[in-house]
Design a binder for this molecule. Sequence first.
Ligand code: HEM
Length: 285
Amino acid sequence: MKYPWNDYSGRLSPLKLTVFLALFCPAAWVGLSFALGWLEPRPFTAAIREIGLWTIRLIFMALAITPLRHAVQWSRLILVRRMIGVAAFAYATLHLGLYTADQMFDLAKVASEIISRIYLTIGFTAVIGLAALAATSTDAMIRRLGARSWQRLHRLVYLVALLAIVHYCMQSKLDLWEPTIMAGIYAWLMGYRLLALRFAVRGRLPPVWTVVLAIAAATATALGEAAYFMLAYHADPERVIAANWSLMLGVRPAPIVLGCGLAVAVAAMLRGYFALPAKRRTRFA
Ligand code: HEM
């Protein structure tokens, strides 16, 4: 019998079991909060938001597996990628289901809203993309499609993540702090893949490139934020960029993206150092 918490050899994998159980926690917490009235005064809106946030977080976690397993040389991480991807689809379906419930299950209204509101059209397209990925994620489908075609098809997740960010930005309207961080992390995740095509050594990007990438993704985040405030509010881009060096407006998205990128770079360096035999480690130090 094949259980989701077993590895390829059919043995119980503590990593898979932990991730499997953890994936239920956000939905269980939202369900409990809903039932106990903690999401009042607008429980459906709050639940739609929470589940939407977890959908996008899970899409990003699935996307982060490949760079992380290479950077920190933890190959077993691949065991949980499919599970996280399928969970992202389940959360997206729940998000859409809650929206439908909030519209009193009036499917004609839901359909017309999806067609007429561009941010919902974009979100719905992302759900269709996730459905295609989930439907082709079984062992049988991978065998049927062949590894190469399967991998090519699953690059669709890059587009799904982009659509998810656009949907998130468009519905957030004023507070773009977290969507901007997401966009910066997306730049990092895509940048890693592009750099790996050219500079990877045995599939792994040398740590110096992860530092370069962290700086590039943070710069793109700062420039993107400045461009948005200039176009939307005619704000002086120099002042928006300067805000990244001050804490007056809290920590801005660019330093957070930089911190995340540098954390991966440091983890990659430490992993590389401890992977060396003890003798070479002292020489390295
Ligand atoms: C993969 C697809 C999707 C993702 C990743 C996603 C993600 C999100 C996120 C992150 C939010 C914002 C949460 C917040 O403000 O804190 C959100 C809000 C929202 N989403 Fe989605 N969404 C998706 C698809 C859809 C679909 C198909 C619909 C409905 C047709 C939908 C309807 C909404 C609505 C109505 C809100 C705003 C709730 C409110 O503040 O009033 N989403 N979504």
